[in-house]
Write a protein that binds this ligand. Sequence first.
Ligand code: 13P
Length: 252
Amino acid sequence: MTAPKALVAGNWKMNGLKSAAAEITKLNDLIDDNGAMCDVLICPSFTLISTLCDLNADHVAIGAQDCHANASGAHTGDISAAMIKDLGCGHIIVGHSERRADHGESNDTVKAKAIAVQKSGLMAIICVGETIEERKAGEALNVVTNQVRASIPGDAVIENTIIAYEPVWAIGSGLTPTAADVEEVHKAVRDVLIERFGVGGSQINILYGGSVKASNAHELMSVPNVNGALVGGASLKADDFYGIISAYDQIG
Ligand code: 13P
């Protein structure tokens, strides 16, 4: 099995109305005209998934930001992986730090959701990352590798799993770790993946997320074991997001 292409994924979080579909059309046109050396994904709110999937943008895959761990049932307001798949999505983010914080999601919950995603035949993008207090206490590697061990299902393979390392303090703050810090964490994540999944673990994509923008994308995406980006704010506008995607023109 050959390693997957790098992935630049956008997480629109709780942003975007139907008019935001124009950004997907624009992004698709930019890629059509100028190319992309990586795969491209946008994860909008649930309310926009259908609209964006129906655009059939051939260069921009559409995914979701969360799902319930159960396939169906009495869970008012929740959405299952099967429902998301039914709309045409191939990816679901689970365990984003905003869900871990706002909704009290534990590693067990995240793992259960990742299993649900995988059982549906979709790709789980499993998020991990330390807080600023944990980093200052010298605990970043411990926290992240523990999250990886506890959040990832036992049968992770490149067809069903992507990891996203997002230091909580770098999200939306304009702050980023140094390239050396990113390298250290991604290497630690890679080591856990290889320890658990052997050769397959050496090929699972590990994305970096947290204040990625066009101006820092090349440096961050060039770090060993960084196989793409998970982008919040800079994914909302096609021009900004394409600036990150085009960092891969020099990386290959
Ligand atoms: P920002 O790119 O806005 O820092 O957000 C990162 C993120 O949380 C993506 O999931």
